[in-house]
Design a protein around this ligand. Sequence first.
Ligand code: NAD
Length: 407
Amino acid sequence: MASQNFQRAADILELKPDVRAMVLAPERVLTVSVPVKMDNGLITCFEGYRVQHNTTRGPAKGGIRFHPGVTLDEVKALATWMTWKCAVVDIPFGGGKGGVTCNPKKMSVAELERLTRRYTSAILPIIGPDRDIPAPDVYTNAQTMAWIMDTYSMTQGHLVQGVVTGKPIALGGSPGRNEATARGVFNTIECVSQHLKLKIKGSKVVVQGFGNAGSIVAHLLDGAQADVIAVSDSQGCIYDKNGLHIAKLMMHKERTGSVKDFPGSEPISPEELLALECDFLIPAALENSIDSHNAHSIRAKVIAEAANGPLTPEADAIVDAKGVFVIPDILCNAGGVTVSYFEWVQNTQHMAWDVNEVNSRLERVMHRSFAKVLEIHQERKVNMRTAAGVLAIDRVVEATMLRGLYP
Ligand code: NAD
């Protein structure tokens, strides 16, 4: 999927085959073995990876995933995705990603700490605040980042906060990071509503995946007087034609673990949820959740991709033909990496901003980036996804050409 999008954008830029091959190849790929003494006294040897796809515009940036399905190919693809995401919002980072093939759900906290620290030691020669800055991803969190930061700092002999982002606030994490992805999504929806002359107030919103990103963006839209008429999570979908009470729904989810059985709402199927007539459909669950089977039924005016890769290429073609306006993932959900960048800036300058400063800077970045992608969409007559790819690849290629080839 990533490769198809890249080739389409590279065609528009008329990139020569040798340049395409150069920018697609990851700069550095590290495979490490991570032996861990388990609680039962036996040693298990896990395999871990860290990939730096491109550091032409700045240090590599990207999450670390602990999951049984982690493979080197997946890590390479995700690192490449990060290069384009950082370039679209024009933050001075390249793309990176890491992972350990393990099942964190079957490990104790002590085992996870030993795994994290040993993995950090193994990738230590290539990470650092000016080289490669990891962050949380699937099944890693602020605590994991605290362990990485501590391990790295112990080897340097002093505290190095800027080596990771997504840390706890008490260790130099940024205010606003937790809601940054959702806020960025909201900022792009503000832009699209202005562009398409769709008022947010009174608009109808559907959210697939009421998790971190999905619930907060629903809350922000609710605050802007939109009607969030349906939401879902892995356990069920609910509908209320007059708009759900989002603050109460968040408490219900906190209490029961799901949106299911929310008082006053009506249960519907995932297919019915996607087929609802609405202004904004926000996929915020998993990749490939909208495919050739269900894309035909979509009746939204706008799809704002809070999730990474929620539309398969077939679904993308279907919604394109219907005239649905798509805000592509590398633009729509880039608020998270943008505030990670703000966290790194604060750490490396030994400063702390308040949440208003973080949010207003984020809004500026998202509005500016949306305007730039829209300009390419209109000038080149390509859809927003291709336009975002054109912007990102062009920035990386320009930097590469200006630097020239060493030696
Ligand atoms: P999360 O785990 O908090 O939320 C995911 C939600 O999706 C959960 O509520 C889960 O129940 C729900 N879900 C799972 N399967 C579903 C299904 N089949 N139908 C409906 N709902 C389903 O994760 P998150 O951090 O909110 O991330 C969501 C998406 O956003 C992911 O694709 C992630 O890669 C992307 N994203 C997140 C961030 C971030 O900073 N959190 C940044 C960029 C992109």
